[in-house]
Design a protein around this ligand. Structure first.
Ligand SMILES: NC(=O)c1ccc[n+]([C@@H]2O[C@H](COP(=O)([O-])OP(=O)(O)OC[C@H]3O[C@@H](n4cnc5c(N)ncnc54)[C@H](OP(=O)(O)O)[C@@H]3O)[C@@H](O)[C@H]2O)c1
Length: 273
């Protein structure tokens, strides 16, 4: 294949590897034969998930000093970090809120952001910017899992999703990547479906599955909406490495229509022109 860009000699860093999409990205990279390093806050969790198959570096995207050990010598970075769109324990409040404090948190987005230590502003905006700053200057690709709705923050349902600033934060993360002049691919999934079920939402509650039935649709300009399989989002991250046509592209991904026997990623990326 003439369009192959990545080589299995490459060393790919996955940030957010213990998350739903991140686990699938690691699995796919290993299946393709890549060398994989994971950036994690929890080495024991990563060790249990990936056994001896990946190199584990402990770090936190909020703490720039922890990042060079993870980014040194990597050829590509896939960033799947994130948290919940609405306040939850994963925002890591200074002190666990009581019932009344949870009420105040949900009534006051500014208050909740100020009290949280791992909110979207801290991970999706500042953390991504820190990771970009720590990336090797000769990085071949920075791949970022963002979200549909970045350009439709004032339209329902994205206005609700953005009530606590997750889309604002993802947008800032995207901007720091584009401004860095590193080669990038920014992937904006619809609502995530298929396991591992790591988010706190209806699809998780229902254990909603695509059952591998639906095709993959990519679009530009933030016009698509719908569900996106974590499996296909992870596939898009890894397949992007192989095709120069996916470089310097920002695209949405959702699942729609009948699934063909094989997903032709090259044609999908070519259609983004
Ligand atoms: N849920 C949706 O419907 C939806 C829709 C569109 C886009 N997205 C985005 O898609 C991406 C993947 O979603 P997902 O459900 O797979 O995510 P997830 O399961 O919530 O995983 C998030 C990952 O980020 C890591 N992380 C959190 N804070 C960190 C920090 N400060 N430093 C380093 N790593 C940190 C977590 O590691 P720990 O194990 O250490 O916590 C975890 O590995 C996310 O960016 C999400 O915002 C989600």
């Amino acid at each position: 294949m003439t369009s192959l860009e990545a080589s299995v000699e490459d060393l790919v860093l996955v940030a957010g590897a213990t998350g739903g999409v991140g686990q699938l990205v690691v699995g796919k990279l290993l299946e393709k034969g890549f060398r994989v390093r994971v950036l994690t806050r929890n080495a024991a969790k990563a060790q249990q998930m990936f056994n001896q198959q990946v190199e584990i570096v402990v770090g936190d995207t909020r703490q720039p000093a922890t990042l060079p050990a993870a980014t040194s010598d990597v050829t590509q970075i896939i960033c799947c970090t994130g948290t919940t769109a609405f306040p939850s324990a994963r925002w890591e409040f200074e002190q666990p809120p009581n019932l009344i404090e949870w009420g105040i948190i949900f009534l006051n987005p500014q208050f909740s952001q100020a009290k949280a230590k791992n909110s979207p502003a801290q991970i999706d905006a500042q953390g991504v910017s820190n990771l970009v700053a720590a990336a090797p200057k000769n990085l071949q690709r920075f791949i970022f899992v963002s979200s549909c709705g970045i350009l439709r923050k004032n339209q329902f349902p994205f206005s609700v999703l953005n009530a606590f600033g997750v889309l604002d934060a993802k947008h800032k993360g995207e901007e720091s990547i584009v401004d860095s002049r590193l080669p990038y691919t920014i992937i904006r999934p619809g609502r995530l479906i298929d396991g591992p079920y790591t988010s706190y939402d209806l699809n998780t509650l229902l254990k909603a599955k695509t059952q591998g039935k639906y095709g993959v649709v990519l679009g530009t300009g933030d016009t698509l909406s719908g569900d996106a399989s974590r499996i296909d989002v992870a596939n898009a991250c890894v397949e992007s490495l192989f095709y120069p046509r996916s470089s310097r592209k920002i695209f949405e991904i959702v699942n729609k229509g009948e699934r063909p026997p094989v997903i032709d990623w090259e044609t999908l990326f070519t259609g983004l022109e």
